[in-house]
Design a protein around this ligand. Sequence first.
Ligand code: SF4
Length: 291
Amino acid sequence: MNIEKEQQAIKWLQLFEPKAEEEPYYLAYSGGKDSDAILILAELAGVRYEAVHNHTTVDAPETVYYVRSKPNVRINYPALSMWRLIVKKLMPPTRISRYCCEEIKEHGGEGRRVVTGVRRAESVRRRESVGLAKILGKPKTTQQKAEELGAEYRVTKQGGLILNNDNTETRELVEHCVMRSKVMINPIYDWTDEDVWEFLGHYGCKSNPLYECGFKRIGCIGCPMVSKHRYLEFARYPKYKENYIRAFDRMLQHRRELGKPAKDWETGIDVFRWWMEEDFRQVTFDDLRGE
Ligand code: SF4
């Protein structure tokens, strides 16, 4: 196990811990191995935290049961299920329009220090946009403050500020921004998969049982971000596929009621095939957005 990284992560959690008069850390718990790691680290660091899981309504049953087995994790249920959200938004979630993330998965923790299990090793995109701390919201004023303090930072394409140092300037910037913006602390941002598994193994945590079934990633069933992997998911969970098709049927019905027919789409199955990238001749994404 990489003791140095473990000690460093504990130090960071202690360094940025909210003051006694502030709300405790908001620990974003997904039910995957990285969030298990931050949960254990928060205990080891002895910091105050509130662990919250956003139930997405399209989590695998194994994940739902696993999260429920965690006594110190609060489960937050969304106002609308994924199925209702699809009807309301009049289109399926896609790689370009991931409205469901905002509405059902990533909300919560506003104005608080959020601890995440986000790691750079997860994707090329994340290598660019992940650091020890990330500040979201009010980019110009935050940037101005960073300049004043002399903090080392870089700006992401989405306008977030990334900080990689745990020096006084970084700390001050986090203190300054926390009430105005969402401040994410990523204590395992530089951990590899092996680091995480060795750490969990050392503390006797096997994590979500889906890993033992060959899953590499724990997330929503049918997430458009995982593209072809969805075939495996729908083979394992055929009810979810049926639910998506039913939601697409209701979405089409709602479009017709609003006078927004969807050209070549007649049934939920047509939408499903487009969504699974099986049929490119039908409606384009721009067709839907341009209305
Ligand atoms: S399906 Fe994908 S894009 Fe939608 S909430 Fe889940 S992870 Fe986010």
